[in-house]
Design a protein around this ligand. Structure first.
Ligand code: NAD
Ligand code: DAU
Length: 350
């Protein structure tokens, strides 16, 4: 029996991680701790909400006394920490929210681990889920490895870098068992449509302009979200204490090439004339401080723990499009309400 708190379990990646742990480990007790921001959605977990080894707890990680009470009551054996403000564009508009959740929220969880796991550190594990953006931007060549120096550029990546440093500091200073992973861009189902792929799918579906920042030449390394969840499972169970693992798809795409591929998949799935969705591509003002290229070297994870990505991008992207077209209600629900005003603020003046 193992009791785990998974933070941010109602979000995009968190919901895939919760689903994997709840279904694969019926003997574990899984507590999904999430405060349900605009990005948190319990509909992401509809299929497992009645599972006997699953519980949802609504709570905010920025509230230190709430986190302490939760640890005192539950005495978890481990934490898998995904809760975060995760969108770079929002961090440019409002950096403070990112400091609060990503830095202070992480420190609150670490403080609770330090206090309530005292005397038992070797038997407990704090897994911090982080991003490749902490390493900064690459030029046309090279890849991020686990020893690449941190060089974050956006308020989002600066806050994630800071949280990574705190996690390592609590390991080095207090001896808490921690592991960290830094992953590249994820894609797949339940992805909030403020991020490039789901936003483009939604806009193409509705015949709206598809905004491409700058010249569309920035490169991202895309990974199927279920492959990320599988990597988290392996790292949580098998990594040595204090270790860091990079996770990536070996799958680099220039934004504009990715959007063209997506347009052709959408033409096919929607029965449109080939080339018609691509007419929606609209170049807009670039993101401030836009990192040129990310690419992950995941050799350590592949060699030490035997993980490899499972899905080819073309296949994964087609599956993702199908999911969004089949889940219109989910898409309509998350794009009603505040989404419209967010979209207008982000995109009207670009
Ligand atoms: P997301 O924005 O979809 O979900 C974040 C979740 O955290 C939401 O459910 C939200 O309600 C919850 N949350 C936010 N603030 C909270 C708070 N104060 N207290 C409790 N819950 C709170 O994010 P995501 O894309 O699923 O990312 C999950 C994690 O993975 C993040 O830590 C992110 O930095 C990291 N990551 C994301 C990617 C990616 O491509 N999306 C890649 C690498 C790493
Ligand atoms: O690399 C991992 C990171 O990937 C995660 O840590 C972040 O949480 C996640 O949001 C993602 O960050 P990006 O900034 O790379 O993702 P986003 O989908 O916002 O943008 C992908 C690329 O597409 C980026 O170069 C910016 C560009 N873009 C984005 C949007 C939303 C556009 O051209 N147009 C858009 O409308």
């Amino acid at each position: 029996m193992m009791k785990l708190i998974i933070t941010g379990g109602a979000g995009f990646i968190g919901s895939h991680v919760v689903r994997r742990f709840v279904t694969k480990y019926p003997e574990y007790e899984i507590i999904n701790l999430d405060c349900l921001t605009y990005a948190g959605n319990l509909a992401n977990l509809k299929d497992i909400q009645g599972a006997s080894n699953y519980r949802f707890v609504k709570g905010d990680i920025t509230n230190g006394s709430f986190i302490n009470d939760l640890f005192r009551e539950e005495l978890p054996d481990g934490v898998i920490h995904l809760a975060a403000e995760s969108h770079v564009d929002r961090s440019i508009t409002d950096p403070t929210a990112f400091v609060m959740t990503n830095v202070i929220g992480t420190v609150n969880l670490l403080n609770a681990a330090r206090e309530f796991w005292k005397g038992d550190y070797a038997k407990k594990r704090f897994y911090h889920v982080s991003t490749d953006e902490v390493y900064g931007a690459l030029g046309e060549t090279g890849m991020f490895t686990e020893v690449t120096a941190y060089d974050p550029h956006s308020p989002y990546s600066a806050s994630k870098a800071s949280s990574d440093h705190f996690v390592r500091a609590y390991h080095d200073t207090y001896g808490i068992d921690v592991v960290i992973s830094n992953c590249s861009n994820n894609y797949g189902s339940h992805h909030f449509p403020e991020k490039l792929i789901p936003l483009a799918i939604n806009n193409i579906k509705n015949n709206k302009p598809v905004p491409v920042y700058g010249k569309g030449e920035n490169v991202r390394d895309w990974l199927w979200v279920e492959d990320h969840a599988r990597a988290i499972d392996v790292i949580f169970h098998e990594a040595k204490t204090g270790e860091t693992y990079n996770i990536g798809g070996h799958n680099e795409w220039k934004n504009i090439d990715l959007i063209h591929l997506l347009c052709s998949i959408m033409d096919q799935k929607l029965g449109r004339e080939p080339g018609s969705s691509a007419k929606l591509i609209t170049y807009v003002t670039d993101r401030a401080g836009h990192d040129l290229r990310y690419a992950i070297d995941s050799t350590k994870l592949q060699q030490n723990l035997g993980w490899t990505p499972s899905l080819q991008f073309e296949e994964g992207l087609a599956k993702t499009v199908e999911w969004y077209l089949e889940n219109e209600e989910w898409l309509n629900n998350v794009t009603s309400g505040n989404y419209k005003s967010y979209y207008e603020t982000q995109y009207t003046d670009r």
